[in-house]
Design a protein around this ligand. Structure first.
Ligand code: HEC
Ligand code: HEC
Ligand code: HEC
Length: 131
């Protein structure tokens, strides 16, 4: 491969990585609002630092597209999705509703935050965290 081509390919993969927004938070709101609870704010970066992608995106069954996962509390309590860790053993359990349901009511599902590969810059005032 010619040298310039390598740089083009590298450049494109960096752009597509950041465009996919791995560095911010993902808001999950397929059901939450309709069910009368706050949308879920999932800190992707926080989890990425602690686990490999495969733990969630292969074994955990999370599809790699914001908004594409169909998740109910029943499944979480049964140990699926977030519940494979938030079970009181690997991480705090599903009783702590507000730690996950921390988004401002009406907040649309999707990716929020920095697309800067150097890391997260916080989600600004898009949502309210528990702190
Ligand atoms: C570890 C994170 C987490 C915790 C803790 C948690 N939830 Fe959820 N919950 C989710 C996710 C993710 C969804 C799916 C959100 C969506 O797509 O709308 C969800 C969805 C829901 C829904 C809508 C879907 C359904 O199953 O009816 C309700 C209602 C709900 N949660 C209530 C609660 C209550 C009440 C608690 C505390 C007893 C709680 N949640 C704790 C992550 C969590
Ligand atoms: C603790 C679980 C977990 C880990 C670890 C994890 N992810 Fe994710 N990822 C998620 C969840 C949950 C979503 C949001 C899915 C949704 O909204 O339905 C997501 C969404 C994504 C998206 C879609 C973003 C968008 O804007 O559509 C990409 C891309 C992604 N992850 C890549 C990665 C990569 C690459 C790694 C490893 C470096 C990784 N994830 C590690 C759980 C995880
Ligand atoms: C592969 C394991 C794993 C999965 C899957 C997972 N988490 Fe976590 N999560 C953790 C661990 C470990 C912590 C740190 C717990 C602690 O500090 O005690 C954590 C912490 C958090 C925090 C607090 C972050 C902070 O800033 O302190 C939130 C919010 C959270 N998880 C939400 C979720 C939601 C929502 C899902 C599902 C969409 C999910 N998690 C799936 C392991 C996981």
């Amino acid at each position: 491969m010619k040298r310039w081509l390598i740089w083009v390919v590298l450049g494109m993969s960096l752009v597509s990585l950041s465009a996919q927004g791995e560095y911010g938070d993902v808001v999950l709101n397929r059901y939450a609002d309709k069910a009368g609870v706050r949308p879920v704010v999932f800190p992707h970066w926080f989890h990425r630092l602690r686990f490999t992608c495969n733990v969630c995106h292969a074994e955990g069954g999370f599809k790699m597209r914001a908004g594409s996962n169909d998740i109910t509390m029943g499944e979480i309590v049964d140990g699926k999705f977030c519940g494979m860790c938030h079970n009181g053993e690997i991480a705090w359990s599903a009783e702590f509703c507000h730690r996950c349901h921390s988004g401002r009511p009406g907040l649309a599902g999707g990716f929020y935050g920095s697309q800067d590969p150097s890391g997260p810059s916080g989600g600004g005032d898009f949502y309210q965290r528990r702190h």
